[in-house]
Design a protein around this ligand. Structure first.
Ligand SMILES: [Zn+2]
Length: 128
Protein backbone atom coordinates (compact mmCIF):
# COMPACT_ATOMS: atom_id res chain seq x y z
CA UNK A 1 0.00 0.00 0.00
CA UNK A 2 2.66 2.43 1.01
CA UNK A 3 4.72 1.96 -2.12
CA UNK A 4 1.60 2.43 -4.25
CA UNK A 5 0.85 5.67 -2.48
CA UNK A 6 4.37 6.90 -2.97
CA UNK A 7 4.32 6.04 -6.62
CA UNK A 8 1.11 8.07 -6.96
CA UNK A 9 2.74 11.01 -5.27
CA UNK A 10 5.83 10.93 -7.43
CA UNK A 11 3.67 10.84 -10.52
CA UNK A 12 1.65 13.79 -9.34
CA UNK A 13 4.78 15.73 -8.44
CA UNK A 14 6.32 15.04 -11.83
CA UNK A 15 3.12 16.33 -13.45
CA UNK A 16 3.47 19.51 -11.44
CA UNK A 17 7.02 20.05 -12.69
CA UNK A 18 5.99 19.27 -16.24
CA UNK A 19 3.24 21.87 -16.25
CA UNK A 20 5.68 24.31 -14.70
CA UNK A 21 8.26 23.60 -17.42
CA UNK A 22 5.59 24.16 -20.07
CA UNK A 23 4.56 27.50 -18.62
CA UNK A 24 8.21 28.57 -18.31
CA UNK A 25 8.66 27.72 -21.98
CA UNK A 26 5.61 29.84 -22.83
CA UNK A 27 7.16 32.76 -21.03
CA UNK A 28 10.56 32.16 -22.62
CA UNK A 29 8.98 31.87 -26.08
CA UNK A 30 7.10 35.15 -25.65
CA UNK A 31 10.21 36.96 -24.40
CA UNK A 32 12.34 35.55 -27.23
CA UNK A 33 9.75 36.71 -29.78
CA UNK A 34 9.80 40.22 -28.29
CA UNK A 35 13.60 40.25 -28.64
CA UNK A 36 13.42 38.93 -32.19
CA UNK A 37 15.60 35.99 -31.16
CA UNK A 38 15.81 32.84 -33.22
CA UNK A 39 17.25 30.57 -30.58
CA UNK A 40 17.45 30.46 -26.80
CA UNK A 41 20.77 29.21 -25.44
CA UNK A 42 20.03 29.19 -21.72
CA UNK A 43 17.39 30.08 -19.20
CA UNK A 44 18.20 31.08 -15.63
CA UNK A 45 15.78 30.43 -12.84
CA UNK A 46 15.83 31.23 -9.13
CA UNK A 47 14.24 28.43 -7.18
CA UNK A 48 13.59 28.62 -3.45
CA UNK A 49 14.11 25.47 -1.41
CA UNK A 50 10.55 25.91 -0.11
CA UNK A 51 8.96 26.61 -3.48
CA UNK A 52 7.50 23.12 -3.55
CA UNK A 53 9.33 22.38 -6.81
CA UNK A 54 11.72 19.46 -7.02
CA UNK A 55 14.84 20.63 -8.85
CA UNK A 56 15.72 17.32 -10.51
CA UNK A 57 12.13 16.70 -11.56
CA UNK A 58 12.01 20.16 -13.10
CA UNK A 59 15.25 19.56 -15.02
CA UNK A 60 13.88 16.27 -16.29
CA UNK A 61 10.57 17.88 -17.29
CA UNK A 62 12.45 20.73 -18.99
CA UNK A 63 14.33 18.26 -21.20
CA UNK A 64 11.04 16.74 -22.32
CA UNK A 65 9.08 19.96 -22.71
CA UNK A 66 11.66 22.02 -24.61
CA UNK A 67 11.61 19.78 -27.72
CA UNK A 68 10.31 21.56 -30.83
CA UNK A 69 10.34 24.98 -29.17
CA UNK A 70 12.62 27.97 -29.70
CA UNK A 71 14.41 26.73 -26.58
CA UNK A 72 14.86 23.17 -27.87
CA UNK A 73 18.51 23.08 -26.86
CA UNK A 74 18.46 25.66 -24.10
CA UNK A 75 20.08 24.73 -20.82
CA UNK A 76 18.00 25.38 -17.74
CA UNK A 77 20.27 26.84 -15.06
CA UNK A 78 18.73 26.65 -11.61
CA UNK A 79 20.00 28.88 -8.85
CA UNK A 80 18.72 27.41 -5.61
CA UNK A 81 17.78 29.91 -2.95
CA UNK A 82 18.19 28.74 0.64
CA UNK A 83 15.43 29.40 3.15
CA UNK A 84 15.82 32.47 5.35
CA UNK A 85 13.51 33.54 8.17
CA UNK A 86 13.07 36.62 10.31
CA UNK A 87 13.72 35.59 13.89
CA UNK A 88 11.87 37.82 16.34
CA UNK A 89 13.69 36.21 19.25
CA UNK A 90 17.23 37.18 18.26
CA UNK A 91 16.06 39.97 15.93
CA UNK A 92 17.63 39.18 12.61
CA UNK A 93 17.42 37.42 9.30
CA UNK A 94 18.59 33.87 9.90
CA UNK A 95 18.98 30.57 8.16
CA UNK A 96 17.01 27.60 9.44
CA UNK A 97 18.22 24.36 10.96
CA UNK A 98 18.52 21.65 8.36
CA UNK A 99 15.64 19.20 8.39
CA UNK A 100 13.92 20.74 11.40
CA UNK A 101 11.38 23.02 9.80
CA UNK A 102 11.27 26.71 10.64
CA UNK A 103 13.70 26.83 13.53
CA UNK A 104 16.26 29.63 13.83
CA UNK A 105 19.75 28.24 13.28
CA UNK A 106 21.15 30.84 15.66
CA UNK A 107 18.97 30.60 18.78
CA UNK A 108 16.63 27.65 18.21
CA UNK A 109 13.38 29.66 18.38
CA UNK A 110 10.46 28.75 16.13
CA UNK A 111 10.31 31.40 13.42
CA UNK A 112 7.30 31.29 11.13
CA UNK A 113 8.20 34.39 9.11
CA UNK A 114 9.84 33.28 5.88
CA UNK A 115 11.73 36.04 4.07
CA UNK A 116 13.35 33.96 1.33
CA UNK A 117 13.16 30.50 -0.12
CA UNK A 118 9.77 30.43 -1.83
CA UNK A 119 10.79 32.10 -5.06
CA UNK A 120 10.29 30.73 -8.48
CA UNK A 121 11.53 33.42 -10.84
CA UNK A 122 12.76 33.56 -14.36
CA UNK A 123 15.78 35.83 -13.94
CA UNK A 124 17.56 35.81 -17.28
CA UNK A 125 17.83 34.14 -20.61
CA UNK A 126 20.54 34.06 -23.23
CA UNK A 127 19.26 34.42 -26.79
CA UNK A 128 20.91 34.18 -30.18
ZN1 LIG B 1 16.87 33.36 16.48
Amino acid sequence: MESLFRWGCERKCAMHELSLALSLLDEVGAAAAREGATRVASVHLRLGRMSGVVRDALLFAWDLARADTIASDATLVIDEVPVAVWCAHCAGERSVRAGEGLICAQCGAVTPTIVRGRELELVAMEVL
